[in-house]
Design a protein around this ligand. Structure first.
Ligand code: NAD
Ligand code: UD1
Length: 337
């Protein structure tokens, strides 16, 4: 198949591009490079043996989207493009509604016009809001606690309405838990601009000395060691989940399906820090800091539905997430001189 990856130059998109090319698919990445660089195509080619086609463009630009569908025989779309920083979404909500909601509506209109009706959408465990029970299964009630989460929830509703309006659509909503780590080559990974918001990129920068110290946000949660528990999932496993979802919707009767992509295992902040130190032989100095507003004690997936319906299951453990993240950080440090 020929797959269009919106946001394909980004962290998860570049790993999905590798997995798709390795599986024999053609890949076209459509990205405005707001949070990525076009030369990731070189690294993807180094790993996968073929480069994705890179098209610079914005999902809010309907004419640019129409051109991509006219220029390439696209069979399916994986929609990664969007903004994803929770704190920034509180400060700049309109940017988030414009990119994530309006941008997705533009993409869906372009797909409809081009007659492409297979879509995999990057949603997030954030749509579950504060967990009412654990593990979180796909039937858990949804809510949003910040503008970013609301944009994901609105798009989920938009996709439900679209699927109800036309049974020819084949849509997969994938709710990611906490993607971390990097490709085993160390060539692609997560290198956010500015101060990282998320735990793993912060840890790698502390370990390499780019940042002095990690702040552990709270040690008085109701968890085994008092620090927050999350379902970290290796980004390469996550990428494989997209292939499984594409295969499944190709053969599915349903117009819309929803799957969690998580491991089902919860790890605390201190589990992650200690594992990172042990597998990589480096120190991660940290201090205990106040809780981060909006954080919950524990959040982890029920991965059974994905296992049963996609035949997909995460394979890589926390040690592999930590070692690959560190290998990538070391190459970034060399590249940055
Ligand atoms: P990322 O920022 O690395 O990738 C997103 C890509 O989209 C970037 O390359 C960026 O340049 C591009 N982009 C942004 N706005 C665009 C626009 N208007 N037009 C075209 N391209 C645009 O982020 P990621 O971590 O790879 O996340 C991919 C998707 O997965 C996002 O939708 C995100 O919300 C979702 N998600 C991510 C996580 C996570 O922890 N990384 C968790 C849950 C869901
Ligand atoms: C974040 C997003 C969420 C998204 C999820 C999946 C925020 C507030 N939420 O959630 O919308 O769906 O990623 O990618 O960004 N921590 C520290 N110190 C740090 C950073 C984090 O102790 O410097 C702790 C947090 O308190 C939390 C854990 O590490 O317990 C994981 O945090 P993070 O990586 O930001 O992910 P989430 O909060 O789960």
């Amino acid at each position: 198949m020929n797959i269009l990856l919106t946001g394909g130059a980004g962290y998860i998109g570049s790993h999905a591009a590798v997995a798709l090319i390795e599986a024999g698919h053609g890949v076209v990445c459509f990205d405005n490079f707001a949070n990525s660089k076009p030369d990731v195509a070189v690294q993807v080619e180094q790993i996968a043996g073929a480069a994705p086609v890179m098209v610079e463009g914005d999902i809010r630009d309907r004419a640019a989207l129409d051109r991509v569908f006219a220029d390439h025989a696209i069979d399916a779309v994986i929609h990664f493009a969007g903004l994803k920083a929770v704190g920034e979404s509180v400060a700049l909500p309109l940017d988030y509604y414009e990119s994530n909601v309006w941008g997705t509506a533009c993409l869906l209109q372009a797909m409809k016009q081009a007659g492409v009706r297979k879509l995999v959408f990057s949603s997030s465990a954030t749509v579950y809001g504060a967990p009412q029970y654990l593990p979180l299964d796909e039937a858990h009630p949804r809510s949003a606690t910040n503008p970013y989460g609301r944009t994901k929830l609105i798009v989920e509703h938009m996709l439900e309405d679209l699927a109800a309006s036309d049974p020819d659509w084949r849509i997969a909503i994938l709710r990611y838990f906490n993607p971390v780590g990097a490709h085993a080559s160390g060539l692609i990974g997560e290198d956010p601009n500015g101060l990282p918001n998320n735990l793993m990129p912060f840890v790698t920068r502390v370990a390499s000395g780019r940042l002095p110290q990690l702040s552990v946000f709270g040690d008085d949660y109701e968890t085994a060691d008092g620090t927050g528990v999350r379902d970290y999932i290796h980004v390469v496993d996550l990428a494989q989940g997209h292939l499984a979802a594409l295969d499944r919707i190709g053969a599915d009767e349903r117009a819309l399906s929803v799957w969690n992509l998580g491991t089902g295992n919860g790890h605390s902040v201190l589990d992650l820090v200690r594992t990172f130190e042990a597998v990589n032989g480096v120190a991660v100095p940290y201090k205990i800091a106040p809780r981060r507003p909006g954080d919950v004690a524990s959040c982890y997936a029920g991965p059974e539905l994905a296992r049963a319906e996609l035949g997909w299951e995460a394979q890589r453990d926390l040690a592999e997430m930590c070692s690959s993240a560190w290998a990538f950080e070391k190459l970034v440090a060399i590249r940055n001189g």
